[in-house]
Design a protein around this ligand. Structure first.
Ligand SMILES: CC(C)(COP(=O)(O)OP(=O)(O)OC[C@H]1O[C@@H](n2cnc3c(N)ncnc32)[C@H](O)[C@@H]1OP(=O)(O)O)[C@@H](O)C(=O)NCCC(=O)NCCS
Length: 151
């Protein structure tokens, strides 16, 4: 029975299956999918859920980027939507859910190292896509994407 998607905070370990399945295929879903700062102060995880299944994930960490102004103080990491649930605005909704929280915290903006295959997604969401391409080992070509929040 297909229910409705809901968006909200999830636990760090709730991200592990999609991190392994979508982002880091050489890893097994489990503790090896944890990022070192997953449980650090200020870090939070959001997701799209349906009938208890985590269908999309994103992690937000307090961190500035050397090329951006210091008000852009959060970094998005490990954004993924399950292949069976793509094109249903789950990525958009997951990010919107987190940006509402960040805006309420008076965070001035958010950035990410974005895979080339996902640049169109961030552009659709209104993020800036800037600077040169660079290679992240194992993960391929990336570019900096960012979005200002607040006034
Ligand atoms: C990128 C990804 C998260 C998008 O998730 P999704 O839930 O399918 O995205 P949404 O349905 O919310 O899409 C929002 C908008 O972006 C567009 N979009 C989504 N993926 C896109 C892509 N790869 N290229 C161009 N546009 C894209 C959609 O068409 C939609 O546009 P619309 O609102 O104008 O119709 C998903 O494809 C994914 O997990 N990819 C593999 C992992 C990955 O690359 N993660 C990002 C790492 S930086």
């Amino acid at each position: 029975m297909g229910g409705k998607y809901t968006f909200g905070r999830i636990l760090p370990e709730d991200t592990w299956p999609l991190r392994a399945a979508v982002l880091w295929p050489e890893k097994v879903a489990g503790p090896e999918c944890a990022l070192p700062d997953d449980e650090a102060p200020g870090v939070f995880h959001v997701g799209a859920l349906m009938d208890g299944e985590v269908c999309a994930i994103a992690t937000f960490m307090p961190q500035c980027h050397p090329s951006l102004d210091a008000q852009i103080s959060y970094r998005l990491r490990a954004m993924a939507t399950h292949p069976d649930h793509r094109g249903k605005a789950l990525g958009r909704g997951t990010i919107a859910c987190a940006l509402a929280e960040l805006d309420a915290m008076n965070c001035g903006g958010v950035w990410a190292d974005a895979r080339h295959v996902a640049l169109g997604f961030y552009a659709c969401l209104g993020w800036e896509v800037t600077g040169p391409s660079y290679t992240v080992p194992l993960r391929g070509l990336h570019r900096l994407v960012w979005q200002r929040l607040g006034a």
